[in-house]
Design a protein around this ligand. Structure first.
Ligand code: CO
Ligand code: ZN
Length: 326
């Protein structure tokens, strides 16, 4: 739980995943044979095996905001980095990479419900342009400050999307007992900007099969949309989202692994969202690929919430897939 807290609290908006990468690298080093970082900043960790290449991917980046303008009174205007919803920004605390803290608010003349991102600003405590421009620069990024907390069997905090999957992949690698496939655990960059890192990582690895690990929205809260995914009932075998449809080969492999290991799983068919699978599948001459997701509440808010049973089952599921010949 300490490690999950640490990984979720690391700073890593899309394109600035360095802190997350260093943390994962130091944790995974004793358990793999080769570690490389490609030109997109993807962390590629290989565990050698005699079989075909299996790649599993989880993205390191998180959503955030970027400075676009500083006004004469020291208020900072910003743009979204990834899927930032305006209502999740209102009076939220943010932190820049250099440690500068801020609070997001909006223009008082506009009703709060009509606050779009261009009606909002970050108050970083500065009183003039001169003061503010010494604290942050155009292009600097900040992320949302969630608070990591345990709520019974559930855990809440920032950036469970997708650090909880990074954590699950890392934990599974630590538990590997046999490695029949030539295995690559890949921690990707810039997923939130359109699956950018995974596209290059897949070209570097050239996998024979790939499984992305991500988070998915659930339909188990009051009056929620109809989504057949529930917290605590196991990781998903994701049949589709807006970026891909599962390859039958990958689907059969995943279901066989789940059944053999006795892991509860949920079939998921989402009409929205995207995962690294969408990019990986289309590299080279095409890759049989799929996603498994950890069911998650309040995605893209500072308090994304997961069930620890799902996390543990996802770790077991990933371990079983790594240890099964593709
Ligand atoms: Co996301
Ligand atoms: Zn994600």
């Amino acid at each position: 739980m300490e490690l999950l807290k640490k990984i979720t609290e690391a700073f890593g908006p899309s394109g600035r995943e360095d802190e997350v990468r260093e943390l994962i690298k130091s944790e995974i080093e004793p358990y793999v044979d080769e570690i490389t970082v490609d030109n997109m900043g993807n962390l590629i960790c290989r565990k050698k095996g005699n079989g075909k290449k299996l790649m599993m991917a989880a993205h390191m980046d998180e959503i955030g905001i970027m400075v676009t303008h500083i006004d004469k009174n020291g208020f900072v205007r910003f743009a979204a980095v990834g899927g930032v919803y305006p209502y999740n920004c209102i009076h939220r605390a943010v932190r820049f990479e250099n440690g500068v803290e801020g609070v997001i608010s909006g223009e008082g003349k506009t009703a709060m419900r009509d606050w779009t991102l261009d009606k909002m600003f970050v108050d970083i405590g500065a009183e003039s342009y001169e003061e503010a421009s010494k604290m942050v620069k155009i292009g600097d990024m900040a992320t949302f400050n969630g608070r990591f907390a345990v709520m019974g069997k559930k855990v809440t905090g920032k950036t469970m999307d997708d650090r909880v999957a990074c954590y699950a992949l890392l934990e599974a690698v630590k538990r590997i007992e046999k490695c029949p496939n030539d295995f690559y655990a890949v921690f990707t960059t810039q997923e939130e900007l359109g699956l950018r890192g995974a596209k290059v990582a897949a070209a570097v690895v050239e996998p024979d099969m790939a499984i992305a690990v991500d988070v998915s929205s659930v339909g188990d809260t009051p009056e929620s949309n109809v989504i057949d995914l529930t917290l605590g009932k196991g990781p998903s075998v994701k049949i589709r989202d807006a970026s891909y449809i599962i390859s039958p080969k990958a689907r059969d492999f995943m279901i066989k692994c789940a059944n053999e290991a006795g892991i509860p799983y949920q079939l998921e068919a989402a009409s929205f969202g995207g995962t690294d699978t969408g990019a990986i599948m289309l590299t080279g001459t095409g890759v049989p690929a799929a996603t498994t997701s950890i069911p998650t509440r309040y995605i893209h808010s500072p308090q994304e919430t997961v069930h620890m049973d799902d996390v543990e089952n996802e770790i077991k599921f990933i371990k079983k897939m790594i240890e099964t010949e593709i």
